[in-house]
Design a protein around this ligand. Structure first.
Ligand SMILES: CC(C)(COP(=O)(O)OP(=O)(O)OC[C@H]1O[C@@H](n2cnc3c(N)ncnc32)[C@H](O)[C@@H]1OP(=O)(O)O)[C@@H](O)C(=O)NCCC(=O)NCCS
Length: 162
């Protein structure tokens, strides 16, 4: 029986090969780590990393990984706790069909479910990066950079994204 709705799946022994086979376009490979690296990071950050396969019916169309409640400054002060989107890889042949938007909305819903009100993301700056995608979804620049990446944030009201 096929599943028709757009949905997320936890990564399991049954779908890990499918997740690992996802590829962005070759010219986008500098913009996001491969799924294998994200899953390795998820292994060493249990409880923080939230990796999911994105499916449209039976078709695997992408991968996302959220980060949940991290100490952003990393100095143990816990004065700036943030959640957001860590990785987003929409398969090369599946881009431009709304799956990236669905991924952001899904992470927003999970953060809201946990009581959060803001979704953070960092991206590769410049015209080849995904900035226009994030801005289209309503993200605003925080004015910060992190590891050479632009930091954006989306406030999470109780309504669908723009
Ligand atoms: C960036 C990425 C996640 C976007 O996913 P997508 O599924 O292609 O995007 P969607 O189809 O959901 O687009 C949502 C909206 O953003 C717009 N958009 C998407 N990419 C855009 C771009 N590069 N420039 C301008 N607008 C863009 C779409 O037109 C759409 O607008 P609409 O709702 O008004 O029609 C995807 O292209 C990708 O995986 N890129 C390579 C890796 C990457 O950069 N990941 C992000 C790492 S931070």
């Amino acid at each position: 029986m096929s599943t028709t709705a757009l949905h997320l799946e936890e990564i399991t022994p049954a779908n890990i090969e499918t997740a690992l086979a996802l590829r962005v376009r070759p010219d986008q490979e500098h913009l996001v780590e491969p799924v294998a690296k994200s899953l390795a990071e998820a292994y060493v950050h249990p409880g923080v990393a939230w990796p999911r396969l994105i499916r449209d019916g039976d078709r695997a169309v992408g991968f996302l990984m959220a980060f949940l409640d991290i100490d952003w400054k990393g100095d143990g002060s816990a004065t700036d706790i943030r959640s957001g989107l860590w990785r987003l890889n929409i398969d090369a042949g599946e881009q431009g069909r709304g799956y990236g938007r669905f991924a952001v909305e899904s992470v927003a819903a999970e953060i809201r479910r946990r009581g959060g009100t803001r979704l953070h993301v960092t991206w590769h700056p410049g015209p080849d990066g995904p900035e226009l995608f994030y801005r289209r979804l309503g993200f605003q620049l925080t004015g910060e950079t992190s590891g050479g990446q632009t930091v954006g944030a989306l406030n999470l009201p109780d309504r669908p994204l723009a």
